[in-house]
Design a protein around this ligand. Structure first.
Ligand code: SAM
Ligand code: SF4
Length: 334
């Protein structure tokens, strides 16, 4: 028996988020600069390497894989990777294979994803207004994403909508977005904007809309019932009694969720970030490429997990962004 991955604070690591590309067909203002320089292709893990990496994590006890990016569905040949991961679902080692996507390619891939064993997808959507959508994503088209969501639901995927809460941008859509999701039987999660990447032009502090305010506004109109559900991540959930809908709040900045953290993140170049809010990472690409023997990779993974920190240092409370990390979200995968 292979010993499972347990970090120094006795937290079992059962959840791996994998960024499969740093590229994207959108340029969301809070995520990327308009003229991003992307990594040379040779820096990226190949599809075979991604398979070997994820399979090793699964062997070490990872039960949930979330594929992200960049936009995971713009990575060439990505369905080959999903097809490969299906064997771990079939064997029962992997409990869930899922992805976070901007939805633009779902019309093309929804059915294939279902065939690969994917049951749920998170689609990021901050507004239902076509003009605002074009503004926030710079390159995106709302109709294409809405059509992608239709395709996903037609294919039988359960869709959850993720929206970044942005002051002065989607505050006025709180109820329309929620009603639209309820109509389509979709849960929804609000994400607090995080101080990632280059603050330069877009000042994240200006855009910061605290989720306790958002929640209070929802509570003026609906009965919110706290759910005990914990995912090991920064999300907390309520049920809206009137609609039965589940609403999540991801508040990495205002709540401390680190004590139950069960996850690590792999970038598309094979760097393992043990904590979203810290700079420390372990290069797993070198050990992966150094030897065909997975024991070398396994030892590197165990050494990395032994360095997982207790928590992160994000803090907006002093009206300055302490603990800011310089990576873009598209690099580590949100
Ligand atoms: N392209 C896919 C998508 O948009 O869903 C997957 C990658 S994207 C980096 C993952 C999530 O991170 C998205 O829901 C996005 O809205 C969120 N995100 C990006 N930058 C963020 C930031 N600065 N603060 C909070 N969430 C952010
Ligand atoms: Fe692309 Fe997702 Fe980042 Fe938007 S949030 S630019 S869709 S990676």
């Amino acid at each position: 028996m292979t010993a499972p991955l347990i970090d120094p604070f006795a937290r079992p690591i059962s959840y791996l988020r994998v960024s499969v590309t740093d590229r994207c067909d959108f340029r969301c203002v809070y995520c990327m600069a308009e003229n991003m320089t992307f990594l040379p292709k040779k820096e990226l893990l190949t599809l075979e390497e991604l398979d070997r990496m994820c399979s090793t994590f699964v062997r070490l006890g990872v039960e949930k894989l979330r594929i992200t990016g960049g936009e995971p569905l713009v990575r060439k040949g990505i369905m080959t990777f999903f097809e490969g991961m299906k064997r771990h679902l079939d064997s029962g080692a992997l409990k869930e294979l899922t992805l976070t996507t901007n939805g633009s390619q779902l019309r093309r891939f929804a059915r294939d994803l279902v065939d690969c064993g994917v049951r749920r997808v998170n689609v990021s959507l901050d507004t239902l207004d076509a003009t605002k959508f074009a503004d926030i994503t710079r390159w995106g088209r709302l109709v294409q994403v809405l059509d992608g969501i239709d395709a996903a639901q037609e294919a039988g995927l359960r869709v959850k909508i993720n929206a970044v809460a942005l002051k002065g941008f989607n505050e006025d859509e709180l109820f329309t977005l929620q009603a639209w999701c309820a109509e389509r039987d979709m849960d929804m999660t609000w994400i607090e904007v995080m101080p990632m990447g280059d603050l330069g032009n877009e000042d994240r502090l200006d855009q910061y809309w605290a989720l306790n305010d958002l929640r209070a506004r929802l509570a003026e109109r609906f009965t919110l019932v706290d759910l005990a559900e914990r995912t090991g991540g920064p999300a907390r959930y309520v049920r809206i009694e009137e609609t039965g809908q589940k609403i999540g709040f991801i508040t990495p900045l205002t709540h401390n969720f680190c004590e139950s953290c069960n996850r690590v993140r792999l970038t598309c170049t094979g760097e393992l970030y043990m904590c979203l809010g810290q700079e420390d990472m372990a290069d797993l690409r070198a050990p992966l490429r150094a030897s065909a023997d997975d024991a070398v990779l396994e030892a590197a993974i165990r050494a990395a997990i032994a360095r997982k920190p207790k928590g992160h240092d994000f803090d907006y409370s002093r009206q300055s962004v302490a603990g800011q990390v310089s990576r873009h979200m598209s690099h580590t995968g949100g």
